[in-house]
Design a protein around this ligand. Structure first.
Ligand code: GDP
Length: 538
């Protein structure tokens, strides 16, 4: 194992062994398959000490689903924890899911504020696709360390150098091969592990079997020729020599800084390369990182608990109107039943029934450490961006809120159900799924989203969860701006612009317009009033 980056403080072992990450990918690249294999190895290696047979593999998965049923919520949709043992160390992996649909939502961005690293999955035949590129840009904003998995190597894929070049060029990040594929498509044999000098051979007969691993003493070891046919071996030697000449060598600090990504080649469906990737996350992936906050940064090794809400999911159980707030612990050691301070309201909250998303365990866990993700069921007190502490008035920052780019009017199919609609929309607004504005004049609600598909998702959720058919229609407005300033100036502004005024779900004043000209006019006529396209989450 390489030395830890020198600028990181020594963390308590329970925290140091945690790895909290998300998978970013374009739909169909293999995120779900890879997640399943993570769980398979996470549970299997720890419990059985060996790889499970196919039937048992299925059981691991269904245990997990049973847990969802027992708790009546869909846990796999949001976060899962599992253990991974590597060279005598037990790691705790926390995998936070990014929403799967191809449209972009704010949820995705916020999820990436709750992790310390991302695994980027690309399809070996398709390379860097649009959604990968977008998600990567979000990671880049936070200099998030990225580990890359090039999937589907069992199919005809692109030339290895071409794939690496494309990542380097499109994403402007250094790429260093952690493994090198031998053959491809039907002739894909496996990989040479460049970090550990091992030969990993794929077993096509058993998809859940861990690859055969053969220790090699460097590329001139005659042992290689016993396992790799001559033509493939020559190609491998030639390519690795070229790669070592042309591509940067692995540098852990560059990975942690987000300027270099190691790439593993594999086939998730054949369980190939997955373990090596997991070892990479364990050995080189970042430990829980400090969290930006006001008035001071929170460090994971601090003994007091601090956590922040990055996601709220309402109606996980349609029978209850409860929500689950997903909290990332930024510091400390949480124990069930603890009383924490809800910083926004300054009120104490007893956290008696937190959900910890353990994939291998059906019992609720009793504790959590910095780096972990907890679900806290609540009735709406917890909102995105909220901070929970042991009393200190500190507020996590950097949880983004986005300017709604598309506005539509939402009406209930049955006009008598307008009150129900209001309730449903407010709930989604609190969840962060949309911005909802109630115009001072006129009927209906104006809903603002970042991507067009969100309207459809909302319409179907309102129908499904509230039994309420709704219509979205074009709105006369195209832009929304939050209004702030001294109270008398804001009041004067509201009085003079009534037909443009609305309120969001927090009751804050929002100026709706369709013309940039209007916004410029306000800047000119009301110098003390500020119009902002986003609202800081607090
Ligand atoms: P997601 O949309 O990124 O979650 O992708 P999925 O995990 O659902 O995979 C998309 C499709 O690719 C599915 O049909 C998988 O069976 C298939 N798939 C996943 N991994 C591999 C692989 O390594 N090789 C091949 N040939 N197919 C794969």
């Amino acid at each position: 194992m390489l030395d830890r980056a020198s600028n990181q403080p020594e963390l308590p072992p329970e925290i140091a062994r945690r790895r909290t990450f998300a998978i970013i990918s374009h739909p169909d690249a293999g995120k779900t398959t890879l997640t399943e294999k993570f769980l398979l190895y996470g549970g299997a290696i720890q419990m059985a000490g060996q790889v499970r047979a196919k039937g048992e593999a299925r059981r691991t998965r269904s245990d997990f689903m049973q847990m969802e049923k027992d708790r009546g919520i869909s846990v796999s949709a949001s976060a899962m924890s599992f253990d991974f043992s590597n060279q005598g160390t037990d790691y705790r992996f926390n995998l936070v899911d990014t929403p799967g649909h191809s449209d972009f939502s704010e949820d995705t961005y916020r999820t990436l504020t709750a992790v310390d690293a991302a695994v980027m999955v690309i399809d070996g035949a398709k390379g860097v696709e649009s959604q990968t590129q977008k998600l990567f840009e979000v990671c880049r904003l936070r200099d998030l360390p990225i580990l890359t998995f090039c999937n589907k190597m069992d199919r005809e894929s692109r030339d290895t150098f071409e794939i690496i070049d494309e990542i380097q060029e499109n994403l402007a990040i250094d790429v260093t091969p952690a493994s090198w594929p031998i053959g491809m498509g039907r002739d894909f044999l496996g990989c040479y592990d460049l970090i550990h000098d091992r030969l990993e051979l794929m077993d096509r007969a058993d998809r859940n079997k861990v690859a055969e691993s053969i220790q090699i003493n460097g590329l001139d070891d005659p042992e290689l020729a016993k396992h790799v046919p001559e033509a493939e071996l020559n190609k491998l030697l030639e390519e690795v020599e070229m790669a070592r000449e042309l591509l940067p060598t692995f540098d852990q600090q560059a990975l942690l800084d987000g300027t270099m990504t190691p790439i593993w080649f594999g086939s998730a469906i054949n369980s190939f390369g997955v373990q090596e990737l997991m070892q990479g996350i364990a050995e080189y992936g970042p430990q829980p990182q400090p969290q930006k906050a006001e008035p001071r940064q929170i460090s994971p090794e601090e003994s007091k608990v601090c956590g922040f809400v990055f996601k709220v999911q309402a109606n996980m159980d349609p029978k209850h109107r409860d929500r689950v707030a997903f909290v990332r612990l930024a510091s400390g050691h949480f124990k069930r039943g603890m009383k924490l301070t809800h910083v926004r309201s300054k009120k104490p909250m007893a956290i008696s029934n937190p959900v910890l998303f353990l994939a291998s365990d059906r019992e609720l866990a009793e504790e959590a450490w910095a780096g972990d993700i907890m679900g806290i069921p609540n009735h709406g007190q917890l909102r995105i961006g909220d901070t929970l502490t042991e009393g200190e008035m500190v507020r996590a920052t950097g949880i983004p809120s986005f300017a709604p780019e598309l506005l539509q009017t939402c009406r209930a199919g049955d006009p008598l159900k307008a009150k129900h609609l209001e309730k449903a929309l407010m709930q989604f607004a609190e969840e962060g799924a949309a911005k909802v504005f109630k115009p001072a004049f006129g009927s209906g609600f104006i809903v603002g989203v970042v991507g067009a598909l969100q309207f459809e998702v909302l319409a179907s959720r309102i129908e499904l969860e509230y039994g309420l058919p709704v219509r979205f229609e074009a709105s006369q407005f195209t832009s929304a701006r939050w209004v702030t300033g001294p109270k008398d100036k804001v009041d004067a502004f509201i009085a003079a612009n009534k037909q443009h005024i609305s309120h969001d779900n927090d009751g804050d004043v929002v100026f709706l317009t369709r013309l940039q000209w209007d916004i410029d006019r306000v800047a000119r006529d009301y110098p003390d009033v500020t119009l902002s396209a986003t609202k800081e989450m607090m």
